[in-house]
Design a binder for this molecule. Structure first.
Ligand code: ADP
Ligand code: MG
Length: 227
């Protein structure tokens, strides 16, 4: 059987053909099985965010491929669209993308785009809000929340799409120790409840070593270690 997610010889070049050309990913290969919790670490600029943005089809490879259940996500438009739903990506500082009048509507934004029924959207919003401990704030404006709470609302918005794999790009960056711990516990409880596949980019070797079962190390656009 094909691996759940497979990255093969993935290369990405920013500003190709200009003086600013930069190879941000250089022939990166690895695969992920269902239920794994994978940590991704590496210095700033090593290509971690670029790699994560390829996994749900947000960026297109210069060469190489990303396969979900053995199918190349760029093979046709339908597969690319499916990848956006199947692989949920929480960006770095995702709270800057909150824009709705209430927390409820912000969390509902993704599921609405999926064309689900009102009842199903409602169920998902409430469940996702429970996972990030924000269920009592659904009618509040996201702008009235603390930094950590905003971050959790943004994470709930991706969880509510029920992705098969959840990717978080430095989910604890810029938070105080309490806010960091809350987010890590939210992720852990989501993983346990759903037996979810998770990839988490982190600056904290400590967090990653404590929580994840496997580590990818990026260095200078290459995958330096997979252990
Ligand atoms: P990391 O997440 O590990 O800090 P990134 O994937 O963000 O690394 O960036 C990898 C390299 O690509 C860096 O040298 C960065 O400056 C460059 N880069 C990132 N985004 C862009 C972009 N949109 N245009 C040009 N270069 C970029
Ligand atoms: Mg980054």
């Amino acid at each position: 059987m094909a691996p759940f997610l497979q990255v093969k010889d993935l290369t990405h070049i920013y500003s190709q053909g200009t003086p600013f050309e930069h190879k941000a990913l250089d022939s990166v290969s690895f695969s992920v099985e269902r239920g794994e919790f994978i940590g991704v670490i590496g210095h700033t600029g090593s290509g971690k965010s670029t790699l994560m943005q390829h996994l749900n089809g947000l960026l297109k490879p210069a060469s190489g491929s990303i396969l979900l259940d053995g199918q190349d996500i760029w093979a046709d438009k339908k597969l690319t669209r499916q990848a956006r739903f199947r692989v949920g990506l929480v960006f770095q500082y995702p709270e800057y993308q909150l824009f709705e009048e209430t927390v409820y509507r912000d969390i509902a934004f993704g599921p609405k785009n999926m064309g689900l029924s009102e009842a199903e959207i409602d169920r998902r919003v409430r469940e996702a809000a429970e996972f990030v401990d924000i269920a009592d704030k659904l009618e509040v404006s996201p702008f009235d929340l603390s930094g950590g709470q905003k971050r959790r609302v943004a994470i709930a918005g991706v969880i509510a799409m029920e992705p098969e794999i959840l990717i978080l790009d430095e989910p604890t960056a810029g938070l105080d120790p309490e806010g960091r711990e809350e987010i890590l516990q939210n992720i852990e409880s989501y993983r346990k409840a759903k037996n979810a596949t998770i990839m988490m980019v982190s600056h904290s070797m400590n967090d990653v070593a404590r929580l994840t079962d496997r580590l990818l190390v990026m260095s200078g656009s290459k995958l330096a270690m997979d252990d």
